[in-house]
Design a protein around this ligand. Structure first.
Ligand code: NAP
Length: 225
């Protein structure tokens, strides 16, 4: 049985999944709705409902509002309220989710914990991608905090045989990146189905040897923290 936790119930709880053969199949999955990763009680309630053990946990929730924060451009000021919300969703969200499931006894030796993070959280890459400009403080800080949370969880859960890996899903044509649609073609943003397959491929490669790593689903290579 596959489980999907989300805030709103989807219109149709039947999802198409790609199996290892060439055919496309449909599976009925169990949907747990009303889960907001910023509200601990809803995450704990989800953890109670899900059957143990979880084979693969993918924490996908993310938040990047349509703002561009800067220190020096008066038209694009800081927004500390949004910064805190991003940190709540993107950094504390994975921590709440993994903690709740572990506390509820739903994670076991061999469970793969996958956190969908972002290359935006790489401090090393900011010297290139944000060179001479900085900016987008809330989003990039939230993913750096997410990655540190993932590394700490990986160290703590190692003795339980549970790998924790952060994945950057690549540049995908989704609601989140609609504000960058003018560079989708230029920078090779892919359709969400392609991005999802890249993520699932990297999930299939995860084992204890990879715990604590931050991996780019575009090429399978590690991203420096
Ligand atoms: N798209 C990219 O190029 C890209 C690049 C790097 C990383 N990522 C990461 O990939 C993941 C998916 O991104 P996306 O592009 O598909 O973004 P999206 O279109 O904005 O979708 C974000 C998802 O997160 C859920 N979410 C947001 N806040 C939540 C909360 N408080 N509790 C529970 N769920 C919440 C949303 O649920 P609702 O539908 O209920 O709002 C939605 O399903 C995110 O973690 C994002 O940071 C994406």
């Amino acid at each position: 049985m596959s489980w999907r936790a989300c805030r709103r119930p989807p219109d149709n709880p039947t999802f198409r999944i790609f199996s290892l053969c060439t055919a496309v199949t449909s599976l009925l999955i169990q949907v747990v709705s009303g889960v907001d990763v910023t509200i601990t009680s809803t995450v704990e309630e989800m953890a109670k409902q899900i059957a143990a053990p979880v084979d693969v946990l993918i924490v996908n929730a993310g938040y990047f509002p349509n703002i561009h924060e800067t220190m020096t451009d008066g038209e694009n000021p800081m927004n500390f309220e949004e910064e805190l919300k991003q940190i709540d969703v993107c950094a504390l969200g994975p921590l709440r989710s993994v903690y709740a499931l572990h506390k509820a006894g739903k994670l076991a030796e061999g469970t793969l914990v996958i956190i969908i993070s972002s290359q935006a959280g790489s401090a090393a890459w900011r010297f290139t991608q944000n060179k001479d400009n900085g900016g987008d403080y809330g989003h990039h800080m939230s993913r750096a905090a997410c990655n540190i949370g993932g590394v700490l969880m990986s160290e703590e859960l190692k003795k339980h045989g549970i790998p924790v890996v952060m994945l950057h899903p690549g540049f995908n044509r989704t609601d989140m990146t609609a504000k960058y649609s003018h560079i989708w073609d230029i920078e090779g943003a892919v359709e969400k189905e392609v991005g999802a397959k890249r993520v699932l491929y990297e999930v299939s490669q995860v084992d204890m040897a990879k715990t604590g790593q931050f991996i780019n689903c575009e090429d399978g290579l590690q991203i420096p923290f």
